[in-house]
Design a protein around this ligand. Structure first.
Ligand code: FAD
Ligand code: NAG
Ligand code: NAG
Ligand code: NAG
Ligand code: NAG
Ligand code: NAG
Length: 586
């Protein structure tokens, strides 16, 4: 046997074959999701740079279920969704939560609710305060606008309540952002607006300029005239599709393959991935590998590659490459609750009118006392969480991160919740959620080869503060639907019903209602947090995994602390900014 054939035979024996055709690219990205396709587009803009994306999902740009802008979860149980189970949390009793994400070109942006909200300026500035130079509202605001193609609303939309500030929007980017044409033209907008003003929440022009406090129509990622969803595949892949230096390869990344270390830094030379037929293949990265496989999956790839908490890696029987205890920890979500109302008269059209209150709106005269009692307990919350993380992040590190969050809530007056109604045709689904809970969970690899099955510990509602906050937001939601003129439209509260949860329900009644009904909002961030190692970080401010020379992570997983928006907009902003950093090559 000649040498080459012998080597190939050895590789095949080892269960690993090099992919046919071209197998080496400058950049190889794991995941053609929301962030992954932003990177694919920006990195391949230069024809001399080659880019491959490994993605288990398919091209769904022409699927009617994906294209529809009338989002009623119609694609929830189909093959383009991951449905990850999770273990229960104490507050949930026998319930446990399912985490969903998109499995398709476009990732979760192809299956989500399309609502586009960036969050508060001070929340971004906190990323810099926590140690990420250059990551603040001003720089992210520029990244947002760069990616955006804002579609100016029609007169009919303005008549249905749409307002906007052109200064907050970009016009030349690839991502369509607008308002659905099917906005309700009835009286809902005017009545809701008047009620919120009565309750002390003023209407604002546009919530995407860093000051979202108020009542306003939320924009969505869609093409209004065509009534088609705008996901990252349509926005970022379609215009780059013809490039010969960009390739999407179907497969599931299992682990990073390592080359020769550069001093103390680990150096990746590619990925090992599973093809659709189950064969293990390899792809080479001449420059860098980038993980954009979601907050659920990036920690699994890192751990499978020997990057993580030694305690966990030892248990899994994985050889340690880079000791990094923060991998998979500090998973942060929003806590969501839904109630339903019947109407005196049904009406047509969407009602994407968001109300985003501050702690003062939510707690009223109790704000100061709640601020000080929760501050007094911060250390206790941090101790409890460090224990939940089995010491992976120290009490001091968590306490520091919690203090920053507490300041955001009570000193910087960021918005702390969102109330968002949906017209279901039969009535109103009144959803509300809290944005900055102190209960965080984690996600890890459960066994060496279980790369499809994240072990998720939600750990939600683990502090009294989180319960108090969601209770207070819930009371505010109830109060809005019971206050004129919005109450003129409402016939009854169908679920849970005023018998179960009257307007004057006690704290105990609320606590048991929340335990039985609270859900994960699917706005998950933080499992590969961009932070210094001492704070439990996984990537540095260049989005590079600590201890490596050329492994980056770019998607929701690197967002170090929660935002009061939804998470898709931040992912687009983060990915646009990261693309520039990667191309700078630092
Ligand atoms: C039902 C639902 C509704 C939502 N509604 C909204 C909303 O209205 N507004 C909003 O702002 N946010 C919303 N979100 C959240 C938001 O969509 C996500 O936070 C965001 O899209 C995440 O982007 P990402 O790039 O981090 O991950 P994703 O977009 O999920 O991309 C990850 C990609 O990696 C792929 N992948 C996974 N494992 C591997 C592997 N091992 N190898 C290679 N590839 C892999 C996946 O198939 C996927 O394509 C919603 C989420 C859900 C689930
Ligand atoms: C999805 O399936 C679950 C379990 O079978 C079911 O309870 C739920 O109603 C389904 N959801 C949709 C939107 O079809
Ligand atoms: C989740 O709950 C269901 C129903 O109670 C149960 O069958 C299942 O085993 C639970 N799963 C986990 C991972 O706890
Ligand atoms: C509202 O829209 C419906 C359906 O398009 C239309 O029939 C109705 O005339 C509109 N009402 C007003 C007040 O514009
Ligand atoms: C809050 O305090 C002010 C001033 O003391 C008082 O006028 C107001 O009634 C209080 N509000 C509530 C809801 O108790
Ligand atoms: C936050 O709100 C409180 C109460 O309205 C106010 O006293 C304080 O000055 C505000 N702080 C900032 C930074 O806006």
């Amino acid at each position: 046997m000649n040498m080459v054939i012998k080597m190939l035979a050895l590789l095949i024996l080892a269960g690993v074959a090099l992919a046919q055709n071209e197998v080496a690219f400058d950049y190889v990205i794991a995941g053609a999701g929301t962030a992954g396709l932003v990177l694919a587009n920006r990195l391949s803009a230069n024809p001399s740079v080659s880019v491959a994306v490994i993605e288990p999902g398919d091209d769904v740009r022409e699927d009617a279920d994906v294209q529809t802008v009338d989002f009623l979860f119609s694609n929830f149980n189909t093959s383009i969704n991951y449905q990850y189970p999770s273990v229960t949390s104490r507050a949930l009793g026998s319930r446990n939560l399912t985490y969903r994400a998109g499995k398709a070109w476009g990732g979760t942006s192809a299956v989500n609710g399309m609502v586009y909200i960036r969050g508060d300026k001070a929340q971004y500035d906190a990323w810099e305060e926590l140690g990420n130079r250059g990551w603040n509202w001003n720089t992210l605001f520029a990244s947002y606008k760069k990616g955006e193609h804002f579609i100016v609303p029609t007169q009919a939309q303005v008549a249905s309540g749409v307002t906007f500030d052109e200064a907050f929007h970009g016009k030349a980017g690839p991502l369509d952002l607008g308002f659905p044409l099917s906005l309700s033209n009835g009286s809902y907008y005017a009545k809701a607006r008047a009620t919120w003003e009565k309750l002390g929440v003023q209407s604002i022009k546009d919530l995407n300029g860093g000051a979202p406090h108020g009542f306003v129509t939320a924009p969505m990622t869609l093409d209004p005239q065509a009534a088609v969803r705008e996901d990252s595949a349509r926005a970022y892949y379609t215009p780059a599709e013809a490039r010969t230096n960009l390739k999407i390869i179907k497969g599931t990344v299992k682990r990073i393959t390592w080359g020769k270390d550069a001093g103390r830094l680990a150096v990746a030379d590619g990925f090992e991935y599973v093809s659709p037929s189950g064969t293990m293949l390899e792809v080479r990265a001449k420059k860098e590998v980038i993980l954009s496989a979601s907050a659920y999956r990036n920690p699994l790839i890192l751990e499978g590659s020997g990057v993580g908490n030694p305690k966990i890696l030892n248990k899994l029987g994985i050889k340690i490459k880079v000791k990094l205890p923060g991998v998979g920890e500090s998973l942060q979500d929003h806590n969501i609750i839904a109630m339903t109302y019947s109407l005196k008269e049904k009406f047509l059209g969407r009602i994407p009118y968001a109300t985003t209150p501050t702690a003062h709106d939510v707690f009223g005269n109790n704000t100061a006392s709640i601020a000080s009692s929760s501050l007094g307990k911060i250390k206790e919350y941090a101790k409890q969480l460090s224990t939940t993380f089995d010491g992976a992040i120290s009490v001091n590190a968590i306490e520091k991160r919690f203090r920053v969050q507490h300041d955001l809530i009570f000193k910087k007056n960021v918005t702390v919740a969102e109330l968002f109604p949906t017209n279901t045709g039969d009535g109103i689904l009144a959803q509300f959620w809290t944005s900055m809970p102190f209960s965080w969970g984690n996600v890890h690899l459960g066994s060496k080869d279980a790369i499809e099955s994240p072990v998720i510990v939600p750990n939600i509602m683990a502090t009294d503060f989180d319960v108090d906050m969601l209770t207070a937001v819930g009371r505010l939601s109830q109060q809005a639907f019971a206050t004129a003129p919005l109450s003129d439209l409402v016939a009854d509260n169908l679920t849970p019903g005023y018998d179960t949860l009257p307007l004057d329900a006690s704290d105990d009644q609320w606590a048991s209602f929340l335990d039985g009904n609270v859900l994960n909002a699917l706005h998950v961030v933080g499992s590969c947090a961009m932070l210094p190692v001492e704070l439990g970080g996984v990537v540095d401010e260049k989005v590079k995994v600590h201890g490596t020379r050329n492994v980056r992570v770019v998607d929701a997983s690197i967002i170090p602390s929660q935002l009061s928006g939804h998470t898709m907009a931040p992912v687009y902003g983060v990915a646009e900014k990261a693309a520039v950093i990667i191309l700078e090559g630092k």
